[in-house]
Design a protein around this ligand. Structure first.
Ligand SMILES: *[C@@H]1O[C@H](CO)[C@@H](O)[C@H](O)[C@H]1NC(C)=O
Ligand SMILES: *[C@@H]1O[C@H](CO)[C@@H](O)[C@H](O)[C@H]1NC(C)=O
Ligand SMILES: *[C@@H]1O[C@H](CO)[C@@H](O)[C@H](O)[C@H]1NC(C)=O
Length: 249
């Protein structure tokens, strides 16, 4: 009886297949790095819909409501290791955001990225960041132990279009004063393409077949009912005619 599903059920079926809810709030990081060092300053901003009369924002750290922070921007100055974890926000009009994972390291150097997982074709920004932005020079970025990029004066390493070849373990090293320092290792991983067709081909074909069938059934019903109606009207006229004839006798 699958072909007798009403069109509204079909639409429901289809909308449940579509992607994440666009009305959800979104947490943005400024600067954009998900890996930072202690004493860095990080601003989290809640992007969402606000009613005209208020900009009340609820912030959550590892699922716990952060009491006393109701502004759309949440500044963490001089961040500590304890501030690591998942952040989420919510406004009066936008439901709870997905979480943003922030990692705070107590170290001299950190290799910063703006994401944990990348998609092929995306650009990757890597930044070798020193504690309290101490002057860092003779900086090398390494992938799987091999030097990839060298800067006499520190600079970001930018990969404009990532491919599978960019998968691997990265770190950076350089000099702070006369000391040779290395960052921890970051694994760059990839996830399937984001721009997949909305529905697989077989679903599209099934959908078209279903719509065709529904149309055929509808049209069939329409003609059937119309013919029936006409026939019953003709019968009624005949009956009336016979009846009036009988009356005349
Ligand atoms: C964080 O902000 C404070 C106050 O503005 C500033 O003194 C400090 O240098 C900043 N920290 C970093 C790592 O930039
Ligand atoms: C690196 O920075 C130092 C100090 O900021 C500057 O004097 C020097 O010219 C820079 N070197 C290069 C190659 O840009
Ligand atoms: C830092 O040490 C590594 C080996 O531990 C060495 O290969 C590299 O040249 C040193 N870096 C600098 C900038 O001196």
């Amino acid at each position: 009886m699958w072909h007798l599903l009403p069109p509204s059920a079909l639409l429901l079926l289809i909308s449940s297949v579509t992607k994440a809810d666009p009305s959800k709030a979104v947490v943005l990081l400024d600067p954009p790095w998900v890996r930072v060092l202690t004493d860095d300053n990080v601003t989290l901003t809640c992007q969402g819909a606000y009613p005209p009369e208020n900009n009340n924002t609820r912030w959550f750290h590892n699922g716990t409501h952060i009491v006393g922070s109701q502004a759309p921007s949440y500044l963490i100055s001089g961040i500590k290791v304890e501030n690591s974890g998942k952040y989420q926000c919510q406004t009066d009009l936008s439901p709870l955001s997905d979480s943003v994972q922030l990692q705070v390291h107590a170290d001299w150097l950190v290799l910063q990225t703006s994401k944990w997982v990348f998609q092929k074709g995306e650009s990757i920004r890597l930044r070798c960041h020193s504690w309290k932005n101490k002057r860092l020079y003779k900086v090398t970025y390494l992938q799987n132990g091999k030097p990839k990029k060298f800067f006499h004066n520190n600079s970001e390493f930018h990969i404009p279009e990532a491919t599978v070849n960019h998968t691997g373990s990265y770190y950076c090293r350089g000099l702070i004063g006369h000391n040779n320092k290395s960052s921890g290792i970051v694994a760059i991983t990839f996830q399937g393409p984001s721009i997949a067709p909305l529905f697989p081909l077989w679903q599209q074909i099934a959908f078209c077949l279903m719509m065709g069938l529904l149309f055929a059934v509808d049209t069939g019903l329409y003609f059937f009912v119309r013919r029936d109606l006409r026939r019953s009207m003709v019968h009624k006229e005949e009956y009336n005619f016979k009846w009036s004839q009988a009356q005349d006798k």
